[in-house]
Write a protein that binds this ligand. Structure first.
Ligand code: SGN
Ligand code: CA
Length: 542
C-alpha cells in the first residue's frame, strides 16, 4: 500500500498540527490547515445537499478567487456563498473533460476504474452511483441539466436532463414521463435548469432529506449569452493574462501541437459569432457555419433579432478594423471573454435565485451547498481556450462549499479532487464511504480536522487522443509544490516526454525543469510517486 504508507511517513507535521493553525503558510509546506469551523451540527435531522456544477467554469472568472478579472466581471452571488462557506484553493479534477469528470462524481472512482476515460465511450454501469446509495438510505434524489453520460440517470427519483451537450436557446430535455424522448422547452438553458431545480424542491416530500444535482450547460463552448446580457461588457477591454503569448519553449511537443489556440483555432462564425462572414473564405469551414446556423434557427424571432443586432455590431467592428497578427488575436480574445463572461453573469444570477429560494424556505440551516465545475478552462492563458492539459488552469476547478453552522469565509488549500465528491455527499448523509471508492470525504476539512494522513499529492490522467483539440494523452502527479507530467502515445513509444514544474518558483508553468541537475532529487521523488500511483491503482496505459 505505497500510497498510504507514503502519507503516513510524511506525517510528522500533523503530529504538531494543533500548533500549526497559527503559523504562516510557508512554514507548513506552503499550505494552511483547513479550518472552517467550530462545531458539528447538533441537529439530528439529516442534511440536504444542493450540488451545483457548471460546465467549463474557470476559477479565474469567479471574483472570490481574485485575479485580473475580479473587479471587471464580479460574481456577487458566488462570492456570497464563499463568504458563508469554504473556498477551496487547490481543488483538482482527475481527468479534465466533461463525461469523465461526471463519471468521477457519480462513482468516486478514477477514470480507468469507472470506465469513462474519454468524452465518448461508456461509463461502467455495473458500478454503483452514489445517488443509488442515497436512495437506499431514504434520500430523495434529483438531477437537472447536463448529464452527458451514455446511460440513464441511475439512482434518481426525479430528473430533467439535457440532450447531449445541451443547447443554450430553447433546449431539449427528457424526464421520466417523456418515455426516453427529448422535448424542446422555451427559454434559456441557465434559467430553465434553475427552474427545474426549484420545481423539484417545490414538489419534494418535505419529511425526507434530499440531494439535488444542478448541472448547468453554461459556460460551455460556444458561449452564447442570454438575450438580456448581449450588450454586457461591450465597452470593457479585459486585461490579458501573463502567458497570453507563451511560445512553449522548454515544453514537450503536445503544448506546441494542440489545436486550442485563440488565434488559430477559434472559428469566426461558431466561436466569434461573425455570422455574416459565413460565405467569405477563409471562414467557410463547414461545421462551424452549420453549427451556428442550427443554434440561431432554434431562436424565437424576438431572440433572433436581439442576437443579430448585437453581433452585426461586432461584425461591423471587425470589418472596419481590418486587424492582423497579434492585434487580431487580441480582438478575438476580447470577443471570447465578453461572451464567456456574459454566460457567467447568468450563472451567477441563477445561483443567487436558487440560494434565495433555499433562504425563503428555511432550508439554509440544514442544506449543504456545493458550487463547482466539471473542470477548469483557459481564459487566454498560454494563448488558449478549452481544457484537457494538466496545467493549472484546467487541472484546477472552482470549489466552494457552504456547510450550515460552520465558521464563515474560510479558505482551504489542501489538495482535493473530484473523486472526493461522492464520499463527501455520502458523509453528509451520515453514510460511510464504501471501500471500493477511491476518493475521500471532505467533511473533516470543512470541520477543521484535517486527517493525519490527508493526501500530499494527486494523480491525474487524460486519455482523449485522437480527438478534437489534439491534446496528447498524459498522466502525472502534483503535490503542494511540484508537478510531473508524462506525455505518451498509446500505440507506440514515439511520444514519450516529461515535464517537471516548480510551482512555487514558476506558478505560470513556463519553465520545464525536467532533467535539470538541481531538481534531480525532486524528480526522482515525483517519479516514484507517479510509479506508486500507477502500480497501486493498476493503471493499464501510460
Ligand atoms: C465539444 C466542443 C469542444 C470541447 C468538447 C468537450 N466543441 O466537442 O470544444 O472541448 O465539447 O467539452 S463544439 O464545437 O461542439 O463546441 S466537455 O465539456 O463536454 O468536455
Ligand atoms: Ca466541461
Amino acid at each position: 500500500d505505497c500510497i498510504n504508507n507514503y502519507l503516513n511517513s510524511q506525517d510528522m507535521k500533523n503530529v504538531l498540527s494543533p500548533f500549526l493553525f497559527c503559523l504562516p503558510a510557508s512554514l507548513v509546506g506552503g499550505t494552511q490547515n483547513c479550518y472552517a469551523g467550530e462545531e458539528e451540527s447538533t441537529s439530528p435531522q439529516k442534511m440536504n445537499v444542493v450540488y451545483i456544477m457548471t460546465d467549463d467554469h474557470s476559477y479565474q472568472t469567479i471574483s472570490a478567487y481574485g485575479g485580473i478579472l475580479a473587479k471587471l466581471a464580479p460574481t456577487p452571488n458566488l462570492d456570497r456563498l464563499a463568504e458563508k462557506g469554504m473556498l477551496f484553493e487547490r481543488a483538482f479534477v482527475e481527468n479534465s473533460l466533461s463525461a469523465p469528470s461526471r463519471a468521477c462524481l457519480m462513482t468516486g472512482l478514477y477514470s480507468h476504474q469507472n470506465g469513462q476515460r474519454q468524452l465518448f465511450g461508456q461509463i461502467d454501469t455495473t458500478k454503483t452511483f452514489f445517488s443509488e446509495i442515497l436512495q437506499q438510505h431514504g434520500y430523495q434524489t434529483a438531477v437537472v441539466g447536463k448529464w452527458h453520460l451514455q446511460c440513464e440517470p441511475k439512482g434518481f427519483d426525479y430528473y430533467e436532463v439535457l440532450y447531449g451537450q445541451g443547447e443554450y436557446y430553447n433546449p431539449e430535455f427528457k424526464n421520466k414521463e417523456t418515455n426516453g424522448k427529448y422535448v424542446r422547452r422555451d427559454g434559456y438553458a441557465t434559467r430553465l435548469v434553475t427552474d427545474y431545480a426549484i420545481d423539484f424542491l417545490e414538489h419534494r416530500k418535505s419529511d425526507t432529506p434530499f440531494c439535488l444535482l444542478v448541472h448547468h450547460k453554461a459556460p460551455h463552448r460556444n458561449w452564447m449569452p442570454e438575450p438580456k446580457y448581449l450588450d454586457l461588457y461591450e465597452d470593457v477591454e479585459f486585461p490579458y493574462p501573463d502567458t497570453f503569448d507563451d511560445d512553449y519553449a522548454t515544453r514537450c511537443r503536445p503544448a506546441y501541437e494542440q489545436e486550442m489556440q485563440i488565434d488559430k483555432d477559434m472559428t469566426a462564425v461558431y466561436d466569434l459569432k461573425l455570422n455574416k462572414l459565413k460565405d467569405t473564405a477563409p471562414y467557410s469551414k463547414e461545421w462551424n457555419v452549420k453549427g451556428m446556423q442550427e443554434s440561431i434557427d432554434r431562436m424565437k424571432p424576438e431572440e433572433r433579432l436581439l442576437w443579430e443586432k448585437a453581433y452585426d455590431r461586432r461584425l461591423a467592428d471587425f470589418k472596419s478594423l481590418q486587424l492582423t497578427g497579434n492585434e487580431l488575436k487580441k480582438w478575438k480574445y476580447q470577443a471570447y471573454m465578453k461572451d464567456y463572461l456574459r454566460c457567467i453573469k447568468s450563472i451567477d444570477d441563477e445561483v443567487g435565485r436558487l440560494v434565495e429560494y433555499l433562504k425563503e424556505h428555511n432550508l439554509m440551516e440544514n442544506t449543504v451547498i456545493v458550487y463547482t465545475s466539471d473542470q477548469g478552462f483557459y481564459m487566454g492563458e498560454h494563448g488558449w481556450f478549452d481544457k484537457r492539459f494538466m496545467y493549472e488552469e484546467s487541472l484546477r476547478t472552482p470549489l466552494i462549499i457552504y456547510y450550515p453552522g460552520m465558521k464563515k469565509g474560510k479558505k482551504c488549500s489542501k489538495l482535493v479532487q473530484n473523486i472526493d465528491y461522492a464520499p463527501t455527499i455520502l458523509d453528509i448523509a451520515g453514510i460511510d464511504k464504501p471501500d471500493y471508492m477511491s476518493g475521500e470525504s471532505l467533511i473533516p476539512l470543512l470541520k477543521g480536522n484535517t486527517p493525519k494522513n490527508w493526501r500530499r499529492d494527486i494523480y491525474y490522467h487524460y486519455y482523449d487522443y485522437p480527438a478534437q483539440h489534439k491534446v496528447r494523452r498524459h498522466d502525472g502527479v502534483r503535490d503542494e509544490r511540484y508537478k510531473l507530467v508524462h506525455f505518451y502515445d498509446a500505440k507506440n513509444k514515439t511520444y514519450d516526454c516529461n515535464e517537471l514544474y516548480d510551482l512555487l518558483k514558476d506558478p505560470r508553468e513556463l519553465n520545464n525543469v525536467y532533467n535539470e541537475s538541481s531538481y534531480k532529487e525532486i524528480q526522482k521523488r515525483l517519479q516514484d510517486r507517479l510509479d506508486c500511483y500507477r502500480n497501486e491503482l493498476k493503471v493499464d496505459e501510460h
